[in-house]
Design a protein. Sequence first.
Length: 342
Amino acid sequence: MTTCPNCGHEINDTDDICPNCGFNLKKYRDDFFTDQHKQAKYEQPDEGKKIASRATYREEFYPEKQNSTVQRMIAWVRKNATIVFLLGVFLLILMSFSRAAGWVCFLALMIWLFIVCDRNEKIEQYTADKRLTEKINQVGSNVFNRVDAREDKVRTRSKEFAEKHPRVENQVREMKKQRSHRYSYIQLSVILTALISLIVLFTDSGASVSAVSYTQKMSISNVIFSLAGRLLSTNSLQALILYIVWLLLLLFPVFIIYNILKNTKSSQILAFVLSLIETVFLIYIVYMMSSSVHALNGVVAQITSQLISYAVSIGTSAYFLLLSSVLTTGLSAFNIFKHKQN
């Protein structure tokens, strides 16, 4: 409080009475600006602390001495917000290619802004910022207006078509009613576990053990492609089998999600069958990779023996993939059971 609330005369924070009009400043502060909170009859015990914390949060922060250059820099950023926004987008794009170049450009821009604001006493909006703002407004408005106009045309044509073909419209409404019900939490869980399988397939969630042989993590997808590339020159058939395995690991979750979203009785059964095949296949691969003795026998013996050399790099990814597949199978089976009950 720097002025008297009664007469407006300048006062100090230590004044108890206004030197101009004699207003009781101490009582005014105690009544309206005190930090002491009086607890009401039905109030919670910690309500006073909450009010004090909110007051602290709303407290304004001022420097001991205002620096005019910093004040002008803040004013420049506010007045030329469009240029600041576009430069921020440019720096984000630049940092995606080179962080060092992005930070150098950022520091150069901050130095340039300091010099400009230090030399100029008055900060005004640049003509370039004004023109850019107008151009963005023009382009953005035109684009969204065209989208709105197309939506209006589609609605008008749909309305005219419905008036001319009432039977078709009734059939469409019936189909929408059949598929308008929400997906159950079990179906959403199946979709989630299938998505987890895709994430595990393409992310490097394996182990990284530099003391053994590998210094970086590798995803299951990378391992399959690396091994297929090694076998392509010596045994093209086994390389082809690996490419097919990768394709199946990709397509199984995709088709499971598609059939769950399709939400028909036959599609739910098909989703369960696909998930079961995927689980059995993954169990077989993990079983073959669990020991070098198992890798010497079987249809894809050489492939599984080669996969053992990548076991450290894959780490727990294969087990995560198997676990998500088992969960997908169990949830899809439970989904069929619930569907029959309904």
